[in-house]
Design a protein around this ligand. Structure first.
Ligand code: ADP
Length: 600
């Protein structure tokens, strides 16, 4: 069954192969999409990162300029303030002998106006005239090197004083000159710490270094007073002794461009020179910020891609679900078809088996039928001579009673002939059953006709039938089994007699034609003819006669005999009336001779 259902199996495997190729295509599509996504993300990360770095650079430049400006403005304010103070009449007056209280008041006003931390006034000899420095934190400036420098130069001297390792103070010193005489020195303490405090409040990383790379101010308090350069000469720095031991702020160059790393964190570095004693403002923009923003953009991109991908996957999976549903339906249909095929095959096998059984029983039946046919044929063929014998015997009895033994003897001779004939018939039936085995002889068709007419003469006589006989004058030789040929002719004659029973002028015409190849003998009667197709007449057991009168075998056997002798037996109805039976047989000599007209 599995071999017969192979077409559906192959269809199933086709369905599976389609599924496999679909899956392969999906895998390739997913791989391609993934590669595309990775490339897109990488490219956009590069573009976005460059854009953000540019923005960062611009912002750093702007911010550093702002810081530079702010520190420059503070420093220039004090520079200007110190030079203005040096020319102040009141201060000059104070140095010329004003009361200390009054001077202190003047200095306090100036301090609050300029925002300075303190203002100190010294005589040129270094004597303190007045001081707004808080008690305890006061510095004696007269001993400091910048005091001397101030006395010597007519400019504002800037000084840095290291109070401790983590604190410096900034001063501007300027001499006070009147009419070429140095009266004293005014020292203003600059409040850079407040500037720095503002910076600390911002998130920016910014610091100011002096010309020796020492960080003076920084938004990160822990960076203050660190050195950027390892080659700082401690002796040249202000308060060198103290700062030499300070730790460095290590700015390692990182990656390309202006990038530096501090404690592992990378910054974009922008340096701006301050127009003041070689100072520099350094602004550090954290690159991590760019990374954060790039990550943010990437996260948005990834989210968008994920949404797109999930939409695509949703669509694909819906399509795949639809497809797999269809394939499932197809395979179910195939399976159903398979099952139907299998059951049909089973049915056919059953039918075949029952057909075989029927054939077997039919064979059995046809054997039985053949047996019946044979016994019917025997009784049929023997009935004629038996009837004739009965007539002859009755005749012989009558003749003996009338003491006419000579004529009775003739009757007995006829009876003997008939017995011989019956023997021949049974023999012939045997050979008919066996098919073949009989001896063929060259016989004159006319002689066979005479013999048949002689056998039928009692019936012909009884029925008052006129026999018209036409034949060539020369012998018409055929190669036949005599007895069987006569049997055919007797059958035809008997049927003709039967057909015309009860008719007023029954007539049978028997005519022999000698054709070039074939000899024909026609038996025509004046009866009603037959109904239906002629072929029906030759069917075994076809009869229109009453039961006991006919069995429907005569023509079937006769046609068989004609065929056996290489000829044929045909039937048709006459033009006007009656039936015409014609027996054709191959002639022995091929000489065309015609003894009679070809008419009915
Ligand atoms: P049976 O004579 O036993 O019926 P046959 O085979 O000899 O069997 O004939 C079969 C049938 O053919 C007859 O029953 C008859 O109907 C028809 N038939 C035969 N010869 C003639 C004829 N000469 N005229 C009309 N019908 C005929």
């Amino acid at each position: 069954m599995s071999t017969i259902a192979a077409p559906t199996q192959s269809a199933l495997s086709r369905v599976r192969a389609r599924l496999r190729s679909l899956r392969r295509a999906q895998v390739i599509l997913i791989a391609l999409c993934s590669a595309l996504v990775v490339i897109t993300l990488w490219a956009s990360a590069m573009v976005v990162s460059n854009r953000f770095m540019d923005t960062l650079g611009t912002r750093a430049a702007v911010r550093s300029t702002l810081y530079t400006n702010s520190i420059e403005s503070v420093l220039s304010t004090y520079t200007v303030a110190s030079s203005l103070l040096a020319q102040d009449r009141l201060l000059v007056g104070a140095l010329s002998g004003a009361a200390e209280d009054q001077i202190r008041l003047i200095l306090g006003n100036v301090q609050s106006t300029t925002g300075a931390l303190s203002i100190s006034l010294y005589t040129a000899a270094g004597g303190l005239v007045a001081d707004t420095q808080p008690e305890g934190a006061a510095i004696n400036h007269a001993l400091a090197p910048y005091f001397q420098l101030a006395l010597e130069q007519d400019i504002s001297i800037f000084a840095t004083v290291a109070i401790s390792e983590v604190e410096q103070r900034f001063f501007f010193a300027r001499r006070i000159l009147q009419s070429g005489t140095i009266l004293g020195v005014v020292i203003i303490e600059v409040d850079l710490a407040s500037v720095q405090d503002e910076w600390v409040a911002t998130p920016d990383q910014v610091f100011v270094t002096n010309s020796e790379d020492l960080i003076l101010l920084s938004s990160r308090p822990e960076w203050r007073y660190r050195s950027l350069s390892p080659f700082l000469d401690p002796l040249s720095a202000q308060g060198a002794g103290r700062f030499a031991l300070l730790p460095m702020l290590n700015l390692e160059p990182a990656q390309a461009g202006q990038r530096v790393a501090i404690d592992g964190e990378v910054y974009l570095r922008v340096d701006r020179p301050v127009e003041f004693r070689g100072w520099t403002v350094t602004y550090l923009a954290p690159v991590a910020e760019v990374r954060e923003r790039v990550r943010g953009v990437l996260a948005i991109e990834v989210m968008a891609i994920a949404i797109l991908a999930s939409l695509a996957f949703f669509q694909i999976s819906r399509r795949a679900a639809r497809q797999s549903l269809r394939l499932k339906r197809e395979s179910e249909e195939l399976r159903a078809l398979n099952a139907r095929l299998s059951s049909e095959i089973e049915e056919r096998l059953k039918v075949e088996q029952s057909l075989q059984a029927a054939e077997e029983s039919l064979e059995q039946s046809s054997k039985l039928a053949a047996l019946g046919q044979m016994s019917a044929a025997i009784s049929h063929e023997l009935n004629q001579p038996l009837a004739a014998m009965k007539t002859y015997l009755a005749g012989a009895q009558l003749l003996i009673q009338r003491n006419r033994p000579g004529e009775a003897l003739t009757s007995f001779q006829r009876i003997d002939d008939l017995i011989t004939r019956m023997g021949a018939i049974t023999r012939q039936l045997k050979t008919f059953a066996r098919k073949g085995g009989t001896d063929l002889l060259d016989v004159d068709l006319r002689a066979s006709l005479s013999s048949a007419l002689a056998i039928m003469s009692p019936q012909i006589g009884q029925s008052n039938i006129a026999i018209v006989r036409r034949e060539p004058e020369h012998p018409v030789m055929v190669n036949v089994d005599t007895v069987r040929l006569e049997q055919v002719l007797i059958n035809l004659l008997r049927n003709a007699i039967d057909a015309m029973r009860g008719q007023s002028d029954p007539q049978v015409t028997v005519e022999i034609f000698a054709g070039p190849q074939m000899a024909r003998i026609q038996v025509r009667d004046t009866g009603p003819g037959f109904e239906g197709p002629p072929s029906a007449l030759f069917e075994p057991f076809y009869t229109t006669k009453a039961p006991g009168e006919g069995v429907g075998l005569g023509l079937a056997i006769s046609a068989g005999i004609a065929r056996d002798m290489g000829g044929s037996l045909t039937a048709r109805n006459g033009r006007e009336r009656g039936a015409v039976f014609e027996l054709s047989l191959p002639r022995v000599t091929g000489r065309p001779e015609r003894g009679s007209g070809d008419h009915e």
